[in-house]
Write a protein that binds this ligand. Structure first.
Ligand code: SAH
Ligand code: SF4
Length: 343
């Protein structure tokens, strides 16, 4: 970006207020412009009809409106849509839109690629390019709303990347999504999913937007988890669980855990007992996800119905709340862990 320009989606409400103050404009202009962009999805200054012509021209000359460019959109048999975007520097990322009746959930990316290399995840297998800016995070969501012509109800940071390795941009984007003068999306409609980055969990406990936290667990002990998710070597289960207990004490929030069942890797009934013991006292909610096949691990297969039932039987016996999720968008490689951003 040219240093003499601002970029609209990179500006928080406060940044807009400072800019308008500098230009001798009243503070409420910040709210007006934000309404056009975040509520009405109007991205051309010339269409912002409650601003003077002179101000619209000044905006056009000084504040770029950089949006992700849509390269490809695919629709799954179940109605799930996958979007491939190109960013300013050519980096490519993907986002997914899930339809559940009259509700829509956007699954968006926080990084181009991911540096954490989980064994079962296609994003991880494709390496890491860079962090996204707050504007690039918001751009995915706003463009999906624009293309769909209606509001999206929920946003989950479950696309490409680890949100807590790009915390400042993610938190800044969330503040704007939540801000009444901007997108006004309720905190309960925003979820961050993490592979278990402890400092991020600590910071989330103090974050002013009380959003939801989901933790990708996938293994009940350190030996297996370190193999499947190398990040576990840095933040062991002991450290992770301790951080989650503190998070629960400070926020009172319930934590969701993601556990993808991989045939004969993490789906033994003994492992379900181990999982129950690990999460004891945390009042966990577990999402049992079908493992989605990925090209880089042809040896990993989804557990069959009998094994899923056995595993879940143990969770029921332990009185742990869980839900077996349906796969969405698998036929277009839009399901969890399948986003690669390359084609
Ligand atoms: N990096 C964060 C956010 C990405 S969310 C995280 O890992 O939580 C992507 C979700 O899909 C995570 O819960 C991840 O563990 C899960 N996932 C990755 N690969 C998968 C696969 N092949 N099948 C099912 N779920 C997978
Ligand atoms: Fe990264 Fe999450 Fe995929 Fe692991 S599961 S490689 S942390 S995106």
């Amino acid at each position: 970006m040219n240093d003499n320009y601002y970029d609209a989606l990179e500006l928080s409400l406060n940044d807009w207020q400072l800019l308008f103050a500098e230009w001798g404009e009243p503070k409420f202009r910040a709210g007006q412009v934000s309404q056009w962009i975040y509520a009405k999805k109007v991205f051309g200054y010339h269409e912002m009809s409650n601003l003077s012509k002179a101000l619209r021209e000044k905006l056009t000359g000084n504040v770029l409106m950089t949006l992700p460019i849509l390269i490809k959109q695919q629709t799954s048999r179940d109605g799930t849509k996958k979007y491939l975007w190109q960013l300013q520097d050519g980096a490519r990322i993907e986002s997914v839109l899930l339809n559940h009746g009259d509700h829509r959930t956007a699954c968006i990316s926080s990084q181009a690629g991911c540096p954490l290399g989980c064994m079962f995840c296609e994003t991880g297998a494709n390496g890491f390019k860079r962090n996204l800016t707050r504007g690039e995070i918001l751009g995915q969501f706003l463009m999906m709303e624009k293309f769909n012509g209606s509001d999206i109800n929920n946003i989950v940071f479950m696309g490409m990347g680890e949100p807590f390795l790009n915390e400042d941009a993610v938190f800044s984007a969330i503040r704007s999504l939540n801000d009444k003068n901007m997108r006004n999306l309720g905190a309960r409609h925003i979820t961050i999913s993490t592979s278990g980055i402890v400092p991020g969990i600590e910071d989330l406990a103090d974050f002013e937007v009380p959003l939801r936290l989901s933790v990708s667990l996938h293994a009940p002990n350190d030996a297996l988890r370190s193999k499947l998710m190398p990040v576990n070597r840095q933040y062991s289960l002991r450290k992770l669980i301790a951080a989650l207990r503190r998070y629960r004490e400070r926020t009172g929030e319930r934590i969701t855990f993601e556990y993808a069942l991989i045939d004969r890797v993490n789906d033994e009934p003994e492992q379900a007992y181990e999982l129950g013991a690990l999460l004891d006292g945390l009042a966990p909610y577990i999402n049992i996800i079908p493992f989605n096949a990925i090209p880089s691990r042809p040896d990993f297969r989804r557990s069959d119905a009998v094994r899923v039932k056995e595993f879940c039987g143990v969770l029921s016996e332990l009185k742990i709340e869980f839900e077996v999720r349906r796969e969405r968008g698998g036929d277009i490689m839009a399901a969890c862990g399948q986003l690669a951003g390359s084609k």
